[in-house]
Design a protein around this ligand. Structure first.
Ligand SMILES: CC(C)(COP(=O)(O)OP(=O)(O)OC[C@H]1O[C@@H](n2cnc3c(N)ncnc32)[C@H](O)[C@@H]1OP(=O)(O)O)[C@@H](O)C(=O)NCCC(=O)NCCS
Length: 186
């Protein structure tokens, strides 16, 4: 699959796929946001630093197996990170979404705006034309549950010990949204 050349502009943001030139800003943004992200995301892998993580994400994005995106503020700063992982284009036409906000932009509605744009891009026929986007959220992550709710995700279930975060297997609430629930005809 080739890279997905997509971009969505919202009132405050420009959401687009990673580019090689994002490397320094991406590393800096994640490093600064680590205190916010670490309790809720699988970050620490032994021997893998942020530069290596960027290179992996860019490679996955360029291979088209994932959409690894950034939401840029009007001044070009990275305001949020949005991903569609494990894109399946056969029978299920689905992907798993991941999201996090830059610590400097937290609590301003930016995350909801960026995630909604990601869903636009996921479901649009001229975008990824997906049928379903799923996500998993720790039950303690009330802000993320609320962001998912505001972006129109439905709760579908509960997965025990789904993801290892900070060394512990953590339960996750499973949520999903279908293209038709995002107002997209199929
Ligand atoms: C989860 C996260 C993305 C939310 O970012 P954000 O900038 O606060 O998101 P928004 O401002 O768009 O919306 C947050 C919503 O959650 C609500 N909220 C925040 N903290 C809350 C809490 N403790 N309890 C209940 N609701 C809460 C806010 O009030 C807001 O809802 P509202 O618009 O109805 O008032 C951010 O905290 C983050 O990056 N966390 C670490 C990484 C992470 O958890 N990623 C998601 C993994 S599933």
């Amino acid at each position: 699959m080739s890279q997905i050349p997509l971009e969505i502009v919202t009132p405050r943001l420009r959401v687009r796929g990673l580019r090689p030139t994002d490397r320094p800003a991406w590393i800096d943004a994640l490093a600064r946001s680590l205190p916010l992200h670490a309790p809720f995301m699988p970050l620490a892998e032994p021997g893998v630093d942020l530069a290596m993580r960027f290179d992996r994400q860019l490679a996955a994005h360029e291979a088209g197996t994932s959409f690894k995106g950034v939401a840029l503020a009007a001044d070009g700063r990275i305001a949020a990170f949005v991903n569609l992982n494990e894109i399946v284009r056969s029978a299920t036409m689905g992907a798993t979404a991941g999201w996090s906000v830059h610590i400097d932009f937290a609590g301003q509605g930016v995350m909801t705006e960026a995630l909604t744009a990601l869903l636009d891009l996921a479901f649009a026929p001229e975008g990824l034309a997906l049928h379903r986007v799923s996500a998993g959220i720790m039950p303690e992550n009330l802000a993320s549950l609320r962001v998912a709710e505001k972006a129109g995700f439905r709760r579908e279930g509960f997965a025990l010990k789904l993801v290892k975060i900070a060394g512990e297997w953590r339960d996750h609430v499973l949520v999903a949204k279908l293209a038709e629930e995002h107002g997209q005809r199929q």
